[in-house]
Design a protein around this ligand. Structure first.
Ligand SMILES: *Cc1c(COP(=O)(O)O)cnc(C)c1O
Length: 377
């Protein structure tokens, strides 16, 4: 069977995990967590990088930093993973759903301004499939209306917009190192910011609302409960796994991009013939090859494709059930625009297997099987 994702690790992973025990410190902020923090700050050109236990946790941390009050509104796409909205619901705010662009499947920046009310506090652009939202426009709207921008960059590791690392353009950025993402530590996440106020607060919120980090740096002589918070820091064992993957990030990215291009080239003739639609990467954006997806023309064709592939033991999942149509989305959120593109994409998108250890042989089998189906359309 060819699954759509298979987690990976390397020899260093085990070595570093064993070494983390040898340091006598396997809880949070140990040797490997610090190595990760330094690596990430340097490569992403960001002032503060804090490992957390998931992308969901990074979003929750950002939502607490945003100081939202009951009734406050947060603008986001409906075509995203539920954690994007959940984090803000937990903070007492209301997700306000906006439709996506038909090309990148990112939030349609032209619709954002119409969704702003006097309750709006933040915009949450989700960089779908690691391809950037139109950040210049989004930042300009946010500045004009005095709104925060919190980037859901869960899929956007090692991707950029006009040369700037995604996740570092807005006020705060949130990444995931879940096993389905490009760089993984099983579960894991990252919060980044260039804002010193948010950095100081995030450090406290992440450590149960205490100033423990300042204490360890010798900046205060005892540590105590100073703000609201939770426990968002991962064990150093997770840091060890993550560091072993960060060290080979270039290799992982090169492999993923080569797999992505092979799919793209194989399906281009069918896209030109109008049978399917392939991903579109605008000029100002990079492609981190987080995902390879195909859009069919209708739901019926996609349903047939998925069962055709499953019969040949190839897993090709779809996502997302739009949040505005999900029970919790209806309960906690509000729809601000028509949802035509969101609904169509949700019905017609399918993901192909894409992971570091995918062999040429298996990828050829995926391509040949998919082509066999698409040719018949
Ligand atoms: C994966 C993902 C998340 C959640 O990350 P976890 O690490 O699984 O909690 C949030 N938003 C988006 C867009 C994602 O793809």
């Amino acid at each position: 069977m060819i699954n759509f994702n298979v987690p990976t690790h390397n020899d260093k992973t085990i070595e570093y995990i064993i070494d983390s025990f040898a340091t006598g410190h396997v809880s949070g902020d140990g040797k490997y967590t610090k190595l990760c923090h330094n690596w990430l700050r340097e490569k992403m050109h960001v002032d503060t990088a804090l490992l957390v236990h998931s992308g969901t946790a990074a979003l929750e941390l950002a939502a607490i930093c945003a100081n939202l009050e009951p009734g406050d509104e947060v603008i986001m796409p409906s075509f995203t993973f539920c954690s994007t909205a959940n984090a803000f619901v937990l903070a007492g705010a209301k997700p306000v759903f906006v439709d996506i662009r038909p090309d990148t499947l990112n939030i349609d920046e032209k619709l954002i301004e119409g969704a702003i009310t006097d309750k709006t506090r933040a915009i949450v652009p989700v960089h779908y499939a690691g391809v950037a939202c139109e950040m210049d426009t989004i930042m300009e709207i946010a500045q004009r209306h005095n709104l925060l921008v919190i980037e859901d960059a869960a899929q956007a590791f090692a991707s950029s917009y006009k040369g700037k690392a995604l996740g570092t353009i807005g006020d705060m950025g949130c990444f995931s190192f879940h096993e389905t993402k490009n760089i993984m530590s099983g579960e894991g996440g990252l919060f980044v910011t260039n804002n010193t106020e948010f950095a100081e607060r995030a450090e406290i919120i992440r450590e149960k609302g205490t100033n423990r980090s300042k204490f360890f740096r010798g900046q205060v002589d005892k540590y105590t409960w100073v703000d609201k918070g939770s426990s968002y820091l991962p064990s150093d064992i997770i840091g060890a796994y993550l560091y072993s993957m960060l060290e080979v990030a270039d290799k992982v990215q090169a492999k993923r991009i080569s797999i992505w291009k092979k799919y793209y080239d194989a399906f281009t003739p069918f896209a030109n013939a109008g049978k399917i639609r392939l991903p579109i990467i605008p000029d100002d954006c990079t492609n981190n090859a987080h995902m390879f997806y195909i859009l069919f023309n209708d739901l019926e064709t996609r349903t047939k494709f998925i069962s055709f592939m499953r019969e040949k033991e190839i897993m090709t999942p779809f996502h997302y059930i739009p949040l505005h149509s999900a029970p919790a989305g209806q309960k906690f959120g509000r729809v601000a625009t028509t949802m035509d593109v969101t609904n169509l994409v949700s019905d017609t998108l399918v993901r192909l297997p894409l992971y570091f250890d995918l062999t040429d042989y298996d990828q050829e089998r995926v391509i040949n099987t998919a082509c066999e189906f698409i040719k018949g359309l």
